[in-house]
Design a protein around this ligand. Structure first.
Ligand SMILES: [Zn+2]
Length: 364
């Protein structure tokens, strides 16, 4: 059950334009009665801000803000990283598919910020392994790479996306269909991988620092790394034909690929639960990253700590309830342009006429 702040004082005024947020003055607020709900939490504390005269409640600071049923988020999180698809979860929980989809997007946004808050911001203390996880959006005519940057501790530092052109073996009819689709919707940007990898590495390795990046022999990677100025990057390449054992330098990404495909219904082979939008891929990947880094033990047999504990970023393994304990406002976390774009749902799918964008009802 996600907590509310009913017994705890609110940490700040939720209005980002309030002078208590913009000026360094002591914040003054008062309690202003309760409101009652038909579902948990039954009684919610209301507050009043003396500076901006806005009302808010303890629910404003909960991850279940504006939700009628507050117990769904945690169950949904477990099932999304347990290989279930939304329609299966919808049948089990008796909730509509669209309601679950909105809550999955809410989880995705929360996890993006949760990870950004906790991930190391300085020079990486371990070698990083870079790889693109191949999947697709909407149909197999629209492949994409989910780019991953993972440490040797198996901590996932960051994710990115690159839209790709369908390639490989195709029947003449498939080649024809690709031509028709590309004429109608345009072709993906040819240097999308280079652009995405450069952005991802720049986000994780700050200027003025040094890092070792390990990858396969993808041609775009050296070009992307050359673009990044002001960083000392040592690039080590390993052939992807080399046997994928634990001694392979690319083992962290090989394992992550397996785990990602094993735990996410949208990435299973020959599935009908594939993601219909690239934005959906990224939200679900963000949920997976939080689970992998802060919840799941590195070894299932040893039941040891997750990678974030091994790196000293958190003291002990977090539960999903811990992760959902407190709402994170975008104004609280400084994020890169790409993360902000992903948070706002602005990663558009070429094949669709309209792409849903996240527009909060209240300024955050
Ligand atoms: Zn205020």
């Amino acid at each position: 059950m996600p907590n509310s702040f009913s017994t705890r004082p609110p940490p700040f005024c939720p209005n980002p334009k309030c002078e208590s947020r913009t000026k360094s003055i002591a914040w003054r607020f008062k309690r202003k009665g309760f409101y009652h709900r038909h579902y948990r939490p039954y009684k919610v504390q209301r507050y009043f801000c003396h500076h901006c005269h806005r009302n808010f409640s303890s629910q404003t600071f909960s991850t279940t803000y504006w939700l009628r049923y507050t117990g769904l988020l945690e169950m949904l999180f477990h099932r999304l990283v347990g290989g279930s698809c939304l329609r299966q979860i919808s049948r089990e929980l008796g909730v509509t598919h669209s309601a679950l989809q909105h809550q999955a997007e809410r989880l995705g946004r929360h996890c993006l910020l949760f990870h950004e808050q906790l991930r190391p911001k300085g020079a990486p203390v371990e070698p990083l392994v870079l790889d693109g996880f191949r999947t697709f959006e909407h149909s197999q005519y629209w492949p994409l790479d989910l780019n991953l940057l993972i440490g040797t501790s198996h901590f996932v530092y960051g994710i990115g996306e690159a839209e790709l052109r369908r390639s490989g073996k195709m029947r003449p009819a498939q080649r024809e269909k690709r031509m028709v689709l590309e004429a109608q919707y345009g072709r993906p940007f040819p240097q999308a991988t280079k652009r995405s990898v450069a952005e991802l590495v720049a986000r994780i390795v700050p200027e003025g620092s040094e890092a070792t990046i390990r990858s396969d022999e993808h041609q775009a990677y050296p070009l992307a790394l050359q673009e990044l100025k002001g960083r000392r990057l040592h690039h080590e390449q390993t052939s992807s034909r080399k046997s994928r054992t634990t001694r392979n330098p690319l083992f962290p990404v090989n394992l992550a690929d397996l785990l990602l495909r094993h735990s996410s219904a949208n990435h299973k082979r020959e599935t009908i639960a594939f993601s219909k939008r690239r934005q959906g891929v990224m939200y679900r990947a963000a949920i997976w990253v939080v689970w992998r880094n802060y919840v799941k033990s590195r070894s299932e047999n040893r039941k040891d700590s997750p990678p974030a504990v091994a790196l000293g970023l958190i003291q002990k393994t977090l539960s999903i309830a811990n992760i959902l304990e407190q709402r994170i406002f975008p104004s609280q976390v400084e994020v890169s342009k790409w993360v902000k774009q992903c948070y706002d749902g602005r990663i558009s799918t070429r094949r669709l006429k309209t792409n849903r964008i996240y527009e909060p009802k209240l300024a955050e």
